[in-house]
Design a protein around this ligand. Structure first.
Ligand SMILES: *Cc1c(COP(=O)(O)O)cnc(C)c1O
Length: 236
């Protein structure tokens, strides 16, 4: 665990909650509309359990291998696990038992395979549609121009429940551009909800904002920020 241990995690978690509240209040939003998901990549189970003890119950892994390895250690602790990284098709069956939601659905093929795997497991699966709102080539996510069609395709699958949209903000010091990437996701959500397409009417979540840009995301309407380093310290 981090040198300052569980107390440090609890302390930084409180500071992140304060940042979220301040960001929400500054644009007239209720801070309770913004959920906090902890991105736990590279962390030890001890650090993650300390965060759960400190009240963080929504967690995200972005590698299937880490997800599966940590699963048993978290089994007794109250939490909900989301998958927030790129999910390879050959990892779906390993990952599925450990997650309540996959936030990174960005292709019809992945959606179809997840739907089939969930059906085989006799369950339904919450998903978010990941959109590449910054256009950066290094980022996963569906092109914004294809986002509506993919939302309709997901909505039509029997075992997936489309809960919202996810993006990673533009990686630039230009804060207008960062803000624009988040606003783009909010616009796509509005279009999805206005479409009336079957299975899309619960797509209300906007998963956007990380340690460095959560204020911009909350201003643009984020309902879920994904925070790692601001709570756990810089990644090794
Ligand atoms: C690591 C990660 C985060 C959190 O990033 P920080 O900058 O450490 O807050 C959020 N979303 C995804 C998809 C991540 O992989």
């Amino acid at each position: 665990m981090d040198p300052d241990g569980a107390a440090g995690i609890a302390d930084r978690l409180a500071r992140v909650r304060d940042r979220i509240a301040a960001a929400a209040q500054s644009v007239g939003r209720d801070p309770a509309e913004v959920h906090l998901l902890l991105a736990v990549k590279t962390q030890t189970p001890e650090a993650v359990l300390a965060a759960i003890d400190a009240g963080a119950h929504l967690l995200g892994h972005n590698r299937a291998q880490e997800l599966v390895a940590m699963g048993p250690a978290l089994a007794g602790a109250p939490h909900q696990m989301h998958f927030i990284g790129h999910l390879q098709s050959n990892k779906i069956h390993q990952a599925l038992p450990w997650v309540a939601c996959v936030q990174s659905v960005d292709s019809p093929l992945l959606a179809t395979r997840l739907d089939r795997a969930a059906g085989h497991a006799g369950r339904s699966l919450d998903v978010f549609l990941q959109v590449n709102t910054s256009g950066e080539e290094t980022k996963w996510g569906v092109d914004p121009r294809q986002a509506l069609d993919l939302a309709y395709a997901i909505g039509a699958l029997p075992h997936l429940r489309l809960r919202g949209l996810m993006t990673i903000g533009a990686n630039t010091p230009d804060t207008d551009e960062v803000r624009a990437s988040f606003e783009r996701l909010a616009q796509i959500r509005a279009a999805v909800l206005a479409s009336g397409a079957p299975g899309t009417d619960h797509a209300v979540e906007l998963s956007m904002g990380m340690s460095g840009d959560l204020e911009h995301a909350v201003a643009a309407g984020s309902t879920m920020v994904r925070i790692g380093s601001a709570v756990f310290g810089p990644r090794l």
